[in-house]
Structure formats: C-alpha cells, structure tokens
Ligand binder design. Structure first.
Ligand SMILES: Nc1ncnc2c1ncn2[C@@H]1O[C@H](COP(=O)(O)OP(=O)(O)OP(=O)(O)O)[C@@H](O)[C@H]1O
Length: 311
C-alpha cells in the first residue's frame, strides 16, 4: 500500500444501462497534487468523482484510495471529503449551524474549527445568516468549508469555481493551494481551462468515458502537435521572413498588414524552439511569445471537434 498515492484507478468502467459512462479509466493522483479533470459534457467527470467519493461503485477495475482498496461498500474511506452536484446543505439553518450539524453527524464537537474554516473560505461575515439566501458561489464556499472541517487527505470537488466571483475564487484557490502544500490531494472537475491551468499541476482529459490524456500540463504542451502563437519582436519584417524559413513553422496571420508588429505563427513546440533560437541568433529580440489558446484549451477544443465529427 502506498500512502503517497492518493488515488490509483486501474481499468475502471461504469455503465448506466446502455450508456458507458467510464470505459477503462487509468488515473493516478499523488498526495499533495491538485489534479484537474476536464472534458466535454457527458465525458464522465461527475461519474468518476462520484466513485472517488464512494457514492457509487465501479462495474469493473480496481480503485485504491489513500492506500486502501475500495470495496463494494458505499462509504467514503476515512480522509476523503468533497461533493458532486453541489454540496448537501440545510437551507433553513445558518452557515455556522450547517457546519455544526455536519460535525455532529460525524460525532465531532459541534464548534471545533468552525470559525477557522468559515474564515478560510471568506464567509465569516455571513456566518449567522440562513443559507436559504446564499448565492451559488456562497454555497460552494460553504461546501468547501464543510469538507475542510474533516481535515481531508483527499478532497474531491465537482466544478468548485461555479458561481464564484473573483474574491470567492481567491479564497477557494488559496485554500486549495494551502491544502495541497500540506500534502492533501485535490481532484476537481472544471469547464474553465484557465482555472485548471491556474490551479492544477496535472490534468486528465476525459472524452466519452475514456482518458484522452493524463499527466502534467507541461507534458500536454509538448505533446500538442501544433499551436498558434502570437509573436512580437523588435523587427517584425525580419521575424516574418525567418519564421517562413523555419521548418515546421507556418505564418498564419493572413490578412494582417505586412508591416504589422504582431505575427501569428502555427507550429509544434520544438519548431517554435528553433524559431526563437533563429530570431535571437539573427539579432532580433523576442518581446512577446504566447499561445493564442493554451495547450489545454487547444486539446479540449480538438477533442470536442473530433466528437462532433464522429456523431
Ligand atoms: N445516474 C445516471 N443514470 C443514467 N445515465 C447517467 C447517470 N449518470 C450519468 N449518466 C450518463 O453517463 C455519462 C457521463 O455523465 P457524467 O455526468 O459523468 O458526465 P460529465 O463529464 O460530468 O458531464 P457534465 O460536464 O455535463 O457535467 C453521460 O452520458 C450521462 O448521461
């Protein structure tokens, strides 16, 4: 048993009648890692998160959580917390009462740690308000506070940034980053690629129940065949010429004026390396170089397009 591996899934499949929601999933999440789960609607993200929380069991395959094989019982192993489809809360109770009730359900002192977790998620000011009037973002933050109360070693969150305003996001991201730094593994799903890029070191892309990619975001960048890049240099004309001469690089900013400062080129990352070297060698300064869409977004879009073509 390996406690450093928070999640190890091997060949996990799950069907709902005729629908194959998960098909041979392989997933490994290390302690202290924030792992993003992305994929088009219906890809199987929520189903997989539900298995991690023991809300359902897989039809086949093996799942090990925090070093312990998960059996057929529908009970989350100790140290696992989180929610799918929004946190389960009592609308007629206040935020503080909700947390006390959840603590009592687990046989814990009803006040221990509550102020601290409310503060961590930025809900201190509304701690004694009934949550009936809470916005979606406030409920998400309270759900996270409830999970924090259990001091989880694996935190599982379905779309945690749904409904969060920038201040809420800052709180939630801060909490997740601190948890991970203390060794908690976090697995979260998101439709926001920028959130995933800001938070996660590793990502799994699901497509119709299968893993299309799983690994570090940096690996995704090098595996992506071709991306569009915005390039600004000290000499646009010379840069355009050199880009045109560099193997594997295409100038794609058709319709942009010849003398425009900004150049858009399409290339795999290794060809971009060669272009940058050639520019610098040619005495041309690179002032800005950035993908037009991130490798994650590009991979996601490519998958969605592929799915639409297959339909
Ligand atoms: N309880 C269920 N009964 C029947 N089919 C289900 C059930 N739960 C999920 N499915 C089906 O399984 C597939 C995967 O659904 P899932 O909710 O896991 O996808 P998702 O990636 O979370 O999608 P979304 O991004 O829309 O939330 C879908 O085809 C869905 O219709």
């Amino acid at each position: 048993m390996d406690e450093q591996v928070a999640v190890r899934a091997r060949g996990i499949s799950k069907c709902f009648g005729e629908v194959v929601a998960l098909d041979g999933i392989e997933l490994e999440v290390a302690a202290g890692q924030i792992h993003g789960l992305v994929g088009p609607n219906g890809a199987g993200k929520t189903t997989l998160l539900g298995l991690l929380l023991s809300l359902a069991v897989a039809d086949s395959g093996t799942l090990e959580i925090l070093g312990t094989p998960v059996g057929r019982a529908l009970a989350a192993p100790d140290g696992v917390a989180g929610f799918v489809d929004g946190p389960g809360l009592y609308p007629s109770l206040t935020a503080r009462q909700n947390l006390a009730a959840l603590a009592a359900l687990r046989g814990k002192a009803p006040t221990a740690g509550i102020d601290d977790v409310l503060d961590q998620v930025g809900l201190t000011d509304v701690a004694d308000d009934r949550i009936r009037g809470f916005s979606l973002g406030m409920r998400q933050r309270l759900g996270l506070a409830a999970a924090l109360l259990t001091k989880p070693r694996l935190l599982v969150l379905d779309e945690p940034s749904n409904g969060l305003d920038p201040a809420g996001k800052k709180h939630v991201y801060g909490v997740l980053t601190r948890l991970a730094a203390d060794g908690t593994a976090v697995v979260l799903s998101s439709h926001r690629m920028d959130d995933v890029e800001a938070l996660c070191s590793e990502v799994t892309i699901l497509s119709t129940g299968r893993v299309a990619f799983s690994g570090p975001l940096t690996k995704l960048a090098t595996e992506t065949r071709e991306l569009d890049y915005r390039l600004t240099t000290s000499d646009a004309e010379a840069a355009r010429r050199i880009a045109g001469e560099t193997e594997g690089v295409r100038v794609v900013d058709d319709g942009v004026r010849e003398d425009a400062e900004l150049l858009v080129v399409s290339a795999p990352v290794l060809a971009m390396d060669e272009l940058v070297k050639a520019l610098v060698y040619g005495g041309i300064a690179v002032r800005e170089l950035a993908p037009v869409v991130s490798p994650l977004e590009a991979a996601f879009l490519a998958l969605t397009e592929q799915q639409e073509t297959n339909r």
